[in-house]
Design a protein around this ligand. Sequence first.
Ligand SMILES: [Zn+2]
Ligand SMILES: [Zn+2]
Length: 331
Amino acid sequence: MAAHRQNRPWGGGTVERAKGEAPDYVADCYLCPGNVRVSGRRNADYASTYVFDNDMPCASPEAPRDLAKPPGIYRNQPAEGLARVVCYSPRHSLTLAELGLDEVEELVRVWQGQYEELGARPEVKHVLIFENKGEAVGVSNPHPHCQIYATNFVFKYIETEARVSQRHLQETGRVLFQDILAAEREDGRRIICENDTAVAFVPYFARYAYEVFVAPKRTRPSVAALTERERRDFADVLRRVVIRFDNLWRMPFPYVMPLHQAPTDGGDYRGFHFHVEFHPPLRRPNLLKYLAGPEIGGGNFLSDTSPEEKAQELRAAGEVHYKHLGEGGEG
Ligand SMILES: [Zn+2]
Ligand SMILES: [Zn+2]
């Protein structure tokens, strides 16, 4: 933490706010209902969520298998799997924060189905579901969607989380994430919102100014393991968090949002506690957190802000989306 640095002079890059509102339908959007994608395939005339195989997949069953043997100490293996896209809504301009609770719950239901279906494939060892939102993280198409990479390898953060969770369980008999939740609850200053079975907080160890974790209160290794009640509650807290994000500066709030779930490689993941992480790149409305010397060069995050202050800002941001204010009611 180096919160005293946050007001240092800045003469570098800023991020412009998008101007105007995007329409509900855009003829050349590859995600809008009924449109033809780059592959020549046509989207269904969908009415809620819509899942399709990514036309330009990072992981594919057609990935090259015969790799050249690397020299010396180096090792390689074919990266196989499937990549999919999930549209949240047929409406081009809506973001996750503007969806109703039923729609967010429907999205969580889709995540459950995808994790189960893809995770059951013998070659798939892990299902990474994530949303990149906003031009600040390289997404130019505002159509609300997330991506799924189902791969024959486990992504690095998941591998680390699974390993340390397992070790903590062996050493203490406790679930690591439960100890984190207990510490957050004991302190209380970084908790954003909660209901009976789900909670959102800025972790003590937040790397980004507005980093937020959303998790069920009971340990579930994946989104698919949530009960019906927990699914509804999880959707509720998730929605309240993204509304607060948008309300913070009254603008669509950019982030990278991965679901951290147990691998599907048949291992023992009783200590793994499913959660969603938000990694928002902005420190202020037009100011990016650059990853530089300490982060890229040294491998440690230097946070210029205090997580307690940022949690307080998010708590104060309100749970009715700013675009719905004045409509009377929840919107
Ligand atoms: Zn669209
Ligand atoms: Zn995580």
